[in-house]
Design a protein around this ligand. Structure first.
Ligand SMILES: [Zn+2]
Ligand SMILES: [Zn+2]
Length: 135
């Protein structure tokens, strides 16, 4: 399998057949809080392209006020999935890029939600920056 990943404690493992759509670095406040980091990077796939290989019973969901759902490992807390109303409509899911152990070449092409970028982080690349979402 080309794209496989796992959580920090390695109990949850998964594979993704095929990615779709652009990959952006998200600087929204919710991603910052959830990841404990300056930004998060998610890759999008059709929901049917994601396969749990182990540990599915350890997955826990957090639904935020804006009706987005974040899925994480309840043992180690690793952020794994993000789902918005847009994703639900399109039958897609966003998967945390950093959780992959084996990955085909992926090239993030933008920064999004830079209006809430952390003051202590400087964007030093030439990728386009969007103050909010790009769609
Ligand atoms: Zn885990
Ligand atoms: Zn975000």
């Amino acid at each position: 399998m080309k794209n496989t990943g796992s959580c920090l404690c390695k109990q949850v493992t998964f594979a993704v057949d095929k990615f779709q759509g652009p990959v952006g670095h998200c600087h929204c406040k919710m991603c910052q809080k959830f990841h404990g980091a300056a930004f998060s990077t998610f890759v999008e796939a059709k929901t049917v392209a994601l396969h749990w290989l182990s540990g599915e019973e350890l997955l826990k969901e957090y639904r935020a006020n804006n009706d987005t759902v974040r899925t994480f490992c309840r043992c180690c807390g690793s952020s794994l999935l993000f789902e918005s109303q847009y994703n639900r409509r399109e039958h897609t899911i966003e998967i945390a890029l950093a959780a992959f152990d084996k990955l085909e070449p992926v090239h993030p092409d933008a920064h999004i939600y830079t209006e809430s970028k952390a003051d202590w982080f400087d964007i030093n690349d030439n990728l386009p920056q969007h103050r909010q979402y790009r769609r």
